[in-house]
Design a protein around this ligand. Sequence first.
Ligand code: ZN
Length: 189
Amino acid sequence: MRFLSSAQFIERSRVADEFVAPSAALANRLLAARGLGRLPPCTVSYFIEELHRPGAAIGLHTKGTAEIRLNLAWLAQLAQRGTDPEWEVAFVVLHEYAHFVLDLLEVRETGAGAVRQRIEAEHTGFLNRMRRLGWLADPVSRKLLSDHNSVAEEWYCDAFAYWAAGTLPEPHAAFLDELLAEVRGFPAG
Ligand SMILES: [Zn+2]
């Protein structure tokens, strides 16, 4: 998530709602299957970044909530490409949801910064293993490296999305199982 200098929020769009509905349902199904079904489900609305800069944010999350906003311009592009948009959108929804889950973990952590330190250590381990073992052959690992290799929180969010889909390689899947153990079965509300 980045700071947006100028964005317009759009609560509903019939066309976008129809396009996004299967992805949001998929994201919520994956979260429930992973034992996170008692947390608030994600809800999706939209935004338009008024300066259409290259590398514009494609997703945002509202701090402390499971409310996710997707960039309408990005969705329109995706709809025209037509290559498995369902998972591409679900991936971004799950990435943004991961920021929300991190907020929950941080509220419950015993020492300030403890959760972030664990994520940073796991990310450093990932980078070291990538260098030593040449994990670049694995498409998930390659995506985790190429997009967010210097920002541990963003790396964790991408890893969370793959974890939810059951495609995150070990040892990181076990790390996320352990990190999220405490919010699995978290009481509703
Ligand atoms: Zn992010």
